[in-house]
Design a binder for this molecule. Sequence first.
Ligand SMILES: [Zn+2]
Length: 276
Amino acid sequence: MFKVTPIPIIEDNYAWLVQNQGQNLVFDPGEAAPVIDYLKANDLTLDFMFITHKHWDHVTGIAEVKAAFPDCVVYGTGHHDIPCRDIPLTGGETLEVLGLSWRVWHTPGHTLDHIVFYTETTDAENPSSPNIDNGIKTKPTQGHLFSGDNLFACGCGRMFEGTPEQFEASLASLVALPPSTKIYCTHEYTLANINFSLHIEPNNTYTLHRQDICTELRQQNLPTLPTTVADELKSNPFVRLDQPDVIRAAEHFSGQVLGKKAEVFAIIRKMKDGFQ
Ligand SMILES: [Zn+2]
């Protein structure tokens, strides 16, 4: 049974735990103790770690978690700052892990080594699934994207190393996934991101609606994640670069006429960096 659980670490990170077919995988353990404690409290072992990029808040716990679960296989980017990595990835790979097929792709922008992981689950046994069509069984699928610090709910990571062209193309490649795709990003930044999104698109009624939902979730100390591709397409200015209000905000800030999406992206990213 496929299950995804956020394990809160550091201040506002989640180390996502994925369980399937009796095996377990953790993403980006930037801190070891909460991950080890959760696994032990639930009588689970750890079989795999997937690491999206080199930053300290994604890699600091790897060695300690590996020491607690020495058989665990660590997949990560090829960057030398990722400790204990068994299998380096550059993007373009397909991995068979937890009985699932995972696509890995390179999404530079936040860092140059950044990769993301995508898998699809099927549930042919689900009695509510419309799985009979002219006698041919179809398998409804659900996509799951683990986006690290690339695509956030209503935002994106800071542009530390990449170019606006790279980052814009990376984000566009992620929101080209099916609209129902669930997106598990690393940070609980959603409410702050929504404030900025409403600064850019004050009349976006979907973002206002989302603000209400996410405010209520945070009041109950619940995660606002996962988000979905559909939610991001409706409310995330970083993937809405062709929308009139987004272009207008960027042109007003920069005092220039902006022709390309990457130019709009660069200005919106700069505005977010200085946004209080
Ligand atoms: Zn990062």
